[in-house]
Design a protein around this ligand. Structure first.
Ligand code: NAD
Ligand code: GDU
Length: 326
């Protein structure tokens, strides 16, 4: 009984594959390598196919007995989605539709899904709980919300149960320093900051310092990628026990401003990292901080790497060892 991981060669996917293999799960990876790396995973069953190709996906399900799916494959950049909404709808929404159709055809009835804080849009209060209004401010968040709704109706119609994990900002790397974040081009704050001490860029840009926050810069909730990985394991266990579909936030409940992240990175890398204020990035909400109480209570999730310093230290180990990525 195998678990299919779509997008398993990507950043969060590869860490989750490692985590699941460490607990002896049989893993199948489907990844079209548009932003992932074959070298990031060591699995026998690796299919470099596009999820939207129904015939090829169907073949994967014919060749393996797949009991559940963890679905990471998507386009996932807030800024890019503002410029390329078609690509986001096509990959994310049509990709999910194809996946659920093939799951239905093969009687696979469990899916753990990578949703996002971006489904909430610009919440009025903090921390965010799962019952907050869902009002995405960018196409990325809209497509993820559409995917959540699609799962709801496929559950109703075909009995495919789901756990939707709305994660906040994934960061950090596996403590081994052997796998980590490698996006090309990189747009995420922490790896961009670390490119300065690596000698790959001269400075970082702060996207707006006129937000209504303590120092004027955006506040985000950074969660260690290995804590995300363990949550996927817990979510799959939850579905295996026959529990009903659910939605959970995953964050560490602490918000850090862009300036605080830069300052922490300066300490960890022992490097002065020049920073320059630029204009706001379209689609960015001011503050996104999670309440993950529900995941802790219902899934029994127990995050272990909550300090921003630990998260940046682990990211730094990976980037220092692998300055050019995979
Ligand atoms: N990184 C974050 O902070 C964050 C936060 C919230 C949610 N998420 C979600 O988590 C998931 C993983 O994010 P990530 O940062 O690891 O991204 P990533 O780009 O590193 O990984 C996505 C993987 O999916 C693959 N992929 C994309 N489209 C595909 C398709 N049509 N067919 C097959 N493979 C395809 C890519 O090649 C890549 O390996 C995404 O769904 C993203 O929306 C990420
Ligand atoms: O060079 C940069 C890059 C980012 N930022 C700021 O740093 C914060 C974090 O930005 P990231 O691009 O690292 O991450 P996002 O918050 O835009 O989005 C990430 O987290 C979201 C959930 O909160 C999503 O799900 C999404 O997939 C994932 O990329 C934002 O306020 C952004 O404006 C800068 O100031 N300068």
């Amino acid at each position: 009984m195998a678990v299919l991981v779509t997008g398993g060669a990507g950043y969060i996917g590869s860490h989750t594959v490692q985590y699941l293999q460490d607990r002896d799960e049989e893993i199948i990876v489907v990844d079209n390598l548009q932003s992932g790396y074959h070298d990031a995973v060591k699995v026998k069953a690796f299919y470099s196919i596009d999820l939207r190709n129904e015939q090829e996906l169907d073949r994967v399900f014919k060749e393996h007995h797949i009991s559940g799916v963890i679905h990471f494959a998507a386009n996932s950049l807030v800024g890019e989605s503002m410029e390329k909404p078609y690509e986001y709808y096509h990959n994310n929404v049509f990709g999910m539709m194809t996946l659920l159709k093939v799951m239905k055809d093969h009687g696979t009835n469990k899916i753990v899904f990578s949703s996002t804080a971006a489904t909430y849009g610009e919440p009025k209060e903090s921390p965010i709980t799962e019952n907050f209004p869902l009002n995405p401010t960018n196409p990325y968040g809209e497509t993820k919300l559409a995917m959540e709704k699609m799962m709801k109706w496929f559950d109703r119609g075909y009995g495919i149960r789901y756990v939707s994990l709305r994660y906040f900002n994934a960061a950090g790397a596996h403590y081994s320093g052997l796998i980590g974040e490698a996006h090309e081009p990189e747009t995420h704050l922490i790896p961009l900051i670390l490119q300065v001490p690596l000698g790959k860029r001269k400075k970082v840009y702060i996207f707006g310092d006129d937000y209504d926050t303590k120092d004027g810069t955006c506040i985000r909730d950074y969660i260690h990628v290995m804590d995300l990985a363990s949550a996927h394991g817990k979510a799959m266990d939850y579905l295996r026990k026959g529990n009903p579909s659910e939605v959970f936030n995953l964050g560490n409940g602490k918000g850090y401003s862009v300036k605080e992240v830069i300052n922490t990175a300066r300490v960890i890398t022992d490097h002065w990292i020049p920073a320059e204020v630029e204009q706001r990035r379209p689609g960015d909400p001011a503050v996104l901080v999670a309440s993950s109480r529900k995941a802790k209570e219902i899934l029994g999730w127990n995050p272990r790497y909550e300090e921003l310093g630990t998260i940046i230290e682990d990211a730094w180990r990976w980037h220092k060892n692998n300055p050019d990525g995979y």
